[in-house]
Design a protein around this ligand. Sequence first.
Ligand SMILES: [Zn+2]
Ligand SMILES: [Zn+2]
Length: 428
Amino acid sequence: MANYLLRGGRVLDPSQGLDAYADLRIREGRIAEIASHLTPEAGETVIDCANCWIAPGLVDLHVHLREPGQSYKETLQTGGEAAVAGGFTSICCMPNTEPPLDSPALVRELLQRAERESPCRVYVVAALTQGMHGEQLCDYEGLKRAGAVACSDDAFPIQSAAVMRRAMRACAAAGLPVLTHCEETSLTEGASMHEGEVSARLGLRGMPPSAEALQIARNALLALETGCRLHIQHLSTAIGLTLIRFFRQQGASITTEVTPHHLLLTHHTCEGFDTNAKMNPPLRTPADVDALSEGLIRGDIDCIATDHAPHARFEKEQPFGLAPFGIVGLETALGCVLKWNADRGEPLSPLELIAHLSTRPAQILGLPAGTLQQGAPADVVVIDPDARWQVNPEQFRSMGKNSPFVGWTLSGRVCHTFVNGVRVYSAD
Ligand SMILES: [Zn+2]
Ligand SMILES: [Zn+2]
């Protein structure tokens, strides 16, 4: 296999607190060494990384790959290609497929297919209940043996506290973290955006912040009682963050993620009835965006995840109330996060940004990623943080073109992505 010398970049590795200008050698698929002025060896491909960051490949805990069953939206291959183009080398796929990933056989089969079809590493998050119906528990021990790294009810949040409690107790026993989409659906029926002045003006039914907050509180209480590791998905409200802080003080083991769109956009984005502003949880108020930003800066929010949710054009071309929830995010996440940081006056250092996009999410699920330690598999991304580019969905590798960032100019371009020492993406 090809060996590489990445020369003269700013090497950022949060796992060892490393932020230094240096060279990085990839040999036989692994990180061989990091030092200043390494001499090229015979047969090595030298890549000039001047003005670039050299970082561990990005890790996304929240991706919808749509397989099996919905390959008209995305496939393991196109989703994987979108991931590596966005600098991601490890992604976790959600179980709301057709059929849902609720059995060890389905998990095993998807992992085997991903190995062959996706250029990015794929980890499977299995369903929390059978068929994602919120009633019968799954075989968590079996799911774990099959390779699932967590269980989630994303898209179909369990409404019964009793079922949730049993599921969390059983997942704790099996050693599987639980990832939850927090939504009390009796408060969100028929709603397509945040409930507030904008929804009132547009005549659309809205989702109140209490719908998210109620389930954050419920799930946190159950985490305290069951000892289950709880990860709150796509946090969108200020009150939700306040609750997470409170329950952590009570000793609950909770982590949380925020999406780039919840850091950059508000419910005002829905004003043109653009269905690419329709996602669940919805875009919230400027005060929520400020609170989430503050939470990320202070470290109360652990990581960034995309909730990459590709849909076909005909689906998103429906009227706002009928179009499905969700947007793509893998190919814009890095640029959006750098824009957010620039807009806020650069509160986070490059090392902290890489921690939120790579090392922290890997740690949350115990994935072997997010590090440039010598001997680790060479999952590496080379980023030009200053290169500007315009978001054009026609250039996406993803089959989903549903992005609210179309036409935006972003800084931060992925130049090269390596998975296991293989160059799987190059911008040139
Ligand atoms: Zn969700
Ligand atoms: Zn999701």
